[in-house]
Design a protein around this ligand. Structure first.
Ligand code: GLU
Length: 470
């Protein structure tokens, strides 16, 4: 039998990091075992499900390159099948019509609680056949009254729950629509899911689902309930903590490889290794090595991983992602250096691609405004002479590359008996608009020679204005 996992999001929002991690672990486990990975959209909550969320979930998975082998399946397309299984459960005596109203059930729960029992429906209609003809009813599953349910959980170990704790849960509402636990069971059964990987907020549903599967004579999957993700304040990760949607991480300048690597480590480890290529993840990942305790989201670590990938991945590849950010920031990169060359010199200067795009603007756009602080510090009256001389030397170069550029700057400093910085810093401010850039010779070499000369002229005018102002 082929190992089969699934990711089964409810399309009621974007793909958040918790969901992405669940998808990743499911995907990895299937991939590792040459199995199937199903994408199933659990869209039965018609009020809260939206097409925009479906798109956002698929965009997120595509961006992370988590390819599903089957699907996407939509639960709303399977109502006939759910009906059929509900009928089957009714006919086999594993489900029954319950005519108690919600208020009556509330009273039953209160009573059970008052008597020191478990708050649940008292099974009033479990074995009755005197069904009223004109009253609305729900359909309840006939949960076994005694014995235990054992969840085989690859992360948490075996979990045993006594059937006495469990309610006769509703599997069809009074309008006939199936409930969550029923649809999941039918799909996991029909789709031959062998391993259910999901957040541990579902642990309480699992014994109910196992009981329904058993009543249907279905195989019981192995479960892996992944502990939740906490924000840096120890509370469950949510919007309050900032970006939680996967595509927001793209917008914020993270590489998909970095987020994926960060997520695989958020709840799983292999010795003290931090960096895993996709192939290594597939080879080394195992559900049984997942942490049992919740994991804390740590943005500093994600940044560190992102920096690692920006610096070590093929610059041509990183450039493709940088191009997105350049466009996002309205920077036209048609004229100017190849983005891969920019990546090579900027990668170790930034935390994100967004920042990289922002600080690389001067390669593609002219500017008339220079950074005020840098002007004050470096474009003082005394730099007019070195600026004129270095401009002359740079303009004369026939080979516009780092070495001769470096020599031109150096010769200027030697001739005027100045330190390199006294020439270099004003030149940097002139060429880039500010006091921060990678090594000057490489930076200038990536810019067009005429452009550099024009920018020096522009800076000299600033110096002259300062001289005139006294
Ligand atoms: N649709 C459920 C959710 O988004 C997941 C159900 C499952 O994985 O079994 O929480």
């Amino acid at each position: 039998m082929t190992l089969t996992t699934r990711f089964a999001p409810s399309p009621t929002g974007y793909l958040h990091v918790g969901g992405a991690r669940t998808a990743l672990y499911s995907w990895l486990y299937a991939k590792k075992n040459g199995g199937n990975f199903i994408l199933r959209i659990e869209d039965t909550d018609l009020e809260r499900s939206t097409q925009a969320s479906v798109d956002a979930i698929m965009d997120g998975m595509n961006w992370l390159n988590l390819e599903w082998t089957h699907g996407p399946y939509f639960q709303t397309k399977c109502f006939d099948r759910y009906k059929e299984v509900i009928e089957q459960l009714l006919e086999s005596g594993n489900a029954y019509r319950c005519y108690s109203t919600a208020e009556e059930v509330d009273v039953m729960r209160e009573e059970a609680k008052a008597n020191g029992g478990i708050e649940k429906y008292n099974g009033l209609w479990r074995d009755r056949t005197d069904h009223p003809a004109d009253k609305p009813f729900v359909i309840r599953f006939k949960n076994p009254l005694d014995g235990n349910v054992v969840i085989k959980d690859m992360v948490k170990g075996d979990i045993t729950i006594s059937n006495e704790q469990l309610d006769d849960l509703i599997i069809a509402r009074s309008d006939g629509t199936p409930t969550y636990n029923l649809t999941v069971v039918v799909d996991d059964w029909d789709m031959k899911v062998s391993h259910v990987v999901r957040g541990d907020d579902h642990v309480s549903n699992t014994p109910k689902q196992i009981n329904i599967l058993t009543a249907l004579g279905a195989d019981i999957p192995v479960y892996a309930h992944i502990p939740m993700i906490l924000g840096d304040d120890g509370k469950r990760l949510s919007k309050r903590h900032g970006a939680v949607g996967v595509m927001q991480y793209r917008d914020d300048g993270y590489l998909p490889e970095a987020l994926l690597n960060y997520l695989v480590r958020l709840g799983w480890s292999h010795g003290d290794q931090e960096i895993f290529s996709r192939e290594e993840m597939i080879e080394l990942f195992d559900l049984k090595d997942c942490n049992r305790a919740p994991s804390g989201f740590n943005t500093d670590k994600l940044i560190w991983v992102n920096q690692h990938y920006m610096k070590t991945m093929d610059p041509e590849y990183v450039a493709e992602h940088l191009a997105w950010h350049m466009a996002d920031q309205g920077i036209n990169t048609e004229n100017g250096p190849a983005l891969a060359d920019v990546v090579k010199i900027q990668a170790d200067r930034v935390k994100t691609l967004k920042e990289m795009a922002d600080i690389s603007r001067y390669f593609y756009e002219d500017f008339t405004e220079l950074d005020a602080k840098s002007v004050k510090k470096h474009l003082r009256p005394v730099v007019k002479e070195p600026m004129l001389l270095v401009k002359e030397k740079l303009a004369a170069l026939t080979d516009w590359s780092p070495e001769p550029i470096h020599a031109a700057i150096n010769d200027t400093a030697v001739e005027l008996e100045l330190g390199m910085g006294k020439v270099g810093m004003p030149l940097r401010v002139a060429a880039t608009g500010g006091g921060n850039s990678p090594s000057l010779d490489i930076t200038l070499a990536l810019l067009d020679q005429n452009k550099v000369i024009e920018r020096i002229d522009q800076a000299i005018k600033v110096v002259e204005a300062r001289i005139a102002a006294g």
